[in-house]
Design a binder for this molecule. Structure first.
Ligand code: SF4
Ligand code: SF4
Length: 90
């Protein structure tokens, strides 16, 4: 079966989020894997709205303030901060 790349085909709806070609609603979030995070703080420096706190265990993103801009993932050299697609419950 042909695999569809939803990142190449999404369109914005009037409110937040996206709809994939099969009509399922989703949004993009950025998440930190505490197992990979070295607590270097580069993501927090890169975040334009200051919504990342770095604890002694891991960086933590405040999703209520996050713009989903991706600067944190771009700044993370160990791949601990990554983009994830979150589908909304139907
Ligand atoms: S996606 Fe952007 S706004 Fe959200 S935590 Fe990362 S750098 Fe900050
Ligand atoms: S840049 Fe990556 S490794 Fe460094 S604190 Fe942020 S998530 Fe952790």
């Amino acid at each position: 079966m042909e695999e569809k790349n939803i990142k190449e085909e999404p369109f914005h709806t009037a409110d937040e989020g996206f709809v994939d070609p099969e009509g399922k609603r989703y949004h993009i979030e950025f998440k930190v894997d505490p197992k990979l995070c070295t607590c270097c703080g580069q993501c927090a420096i890169a975040c334009p709205v200051g919504c990342i706190t770095v604890t002694e265990l891991s960086a933590v993103i405040n999703h209520a303030e996050c713009l989903s801009c991706g600067s944190c993932a771009a700044a993370c050299v160990v791949g601990a901060c990554t983009e994830v697609t979150v589908y909304e419950a139907e």
